[in-house]
Design a protein around this ligand. Sequence first.
Ligand code: G1P
Ligand code: ZN
Length: 542
Amino acid sequence: MTAVTTVATTPFAGQKPGTSGLRKKVAVFAQPHYLENFVQAVFDSIGAVAGKTLVVGGDGRYHNRTAIQVILKMAAANGFARVMVGRGGILSTPAASCVIRKYQTFGGIILSASHNPGGPTEDFGIKYNIPAGGPAPEAITEAIFARSQVIDRYRILEAGNLDLDRLGTARLGEMTVEVFDPVADYAALMESLFDFAAIRAAFQAGFRMKFDAMHAVTGPYAVEILERRLGATPGTVMNGVPLEDFGGGHPDPNLVHAHDLVEALTGEGAPDFGAASDGDGDRNMVLGRDFYVTPSDSLAVLAANATLCPGYAKGLKGIARSMPTSAAPDRVAAKLGIPAWETPTGWKFFGTLLDAGKATLCGEESFGTGSDHVREKDGLWAVLMWLNVLAGRKQSVADIVTAHWREFGRNVYSRHDYEGIDSAAADGLMEHLRGLDLKGKSLDGYTVAFNDDFAYTDPVDGSVSVRQGIRVVFEDGSRIVFRLSGTGTEGATLRVYIERYEPDPAKHGLDPQAALADLIKIARDLAGIEARTGRAEPTVIT
Ligand code: G1P
Ligand code: ZN
């Protein structure tokens, strides 16, 4: 027996989606009505859902399966005709975007807290992606939040749980649930974009790599694509089994958290190429033997070499980057004679540019790279594009990047994060910076060209986003950016982005922390970081 019930409820404060959906501790999501309220707020805010198809899946973290069962019953009670759910509740974020687009569904719900740790005491998250496949734009997330603040009932089907592990279709009330293979459509899309034959030949000729799936969602995708389809040696994929707590790790592909990979790529005899992805598969870190590629440089190098890949052989329409990302990609765009776009932080701002055909590649300094093939950043896609470029150029990662710097100059870059600081202190610091008028002033010998709080007008739909980060730009083009994270679940995280352009190849080999030392000091002094937050040093440097 199945019956639709309308359950009375009251709003929860703070159901406000951040940079990428609603993220909270598992205990918050597990409260009675909490998830249900938010899901109903989504269904109430996205237009008529009756008769439509929805995609549902997540990164496999703790609470994923429980949440999916609730969402299925609510989708049925709200009139959806069909829900497509990844087997085992698994769907990487880029694969979800791929499936939403391919089957032209009425969007999807993705359950993930991305790179944040998972487990009963850790983080959970939920977001709605629109029919174009990308994260809901601010107009929709704000409508969802507004709805969540007045919600007084939700609809749910009284029914047993469905088996999510068996492929095929089942009924839930009037609705069809289709459990599908979460890898197949995505793998086919990758095969259509890249020269798999050339990459396979490189592996056959002895090219070696390691991919660290960090016990997160990309394990099954990487094993299928890298080992089965491309013939990489079995064992190329490390930590390939998705676990609900990511093996106790922090599934964030950076030099600190992907330490297994960093170690594997160090020293003589190390593989030629290393890469890692995050909890939900949208981030990537790329390494050569003893060589780290910053995400900003990665985007620039991929853009400069894109035509080696069949899917991009016709060239790029434009390159988009988030404001705090280095200007390295802009230099490539200038050379190619195509537009370079600068957007606020967060993938949702790339959607309109991609839809309008104004950009083909886009990326963020936070280990995000992607293209118009889906509307999310895509970790494995970036890895495959690198493999295609490496197979085409037959050079090492280090040689390709240093040659790139010689041609374009190097945008020396680093990000310093101060995690878990007091929220009031963080707000105070930002207010202080916002109030400064620095134009024309000299800071330790660097003259300020201008300072502002970045505001963006979307060139396609005209929507305006303000207060997107404090920029202090110097006359020599160097730059310091300050912003607060919009994805954290505890206290505040201050991010400081530091950049300097170095045209001289003789200085390209310098350690970025040394090359940026003056600017790092200016940033700390200007914001009064230690005095305001009690932190003398950042928590994470990337
Ligand atoms: C962070 C990154 C941002 C990225 C987002 C989602 O957001 O900085 O570039 O789009 O995660 O992966 P933040 O915590 O800085 O708001
Ligand atoms: Zn992610």
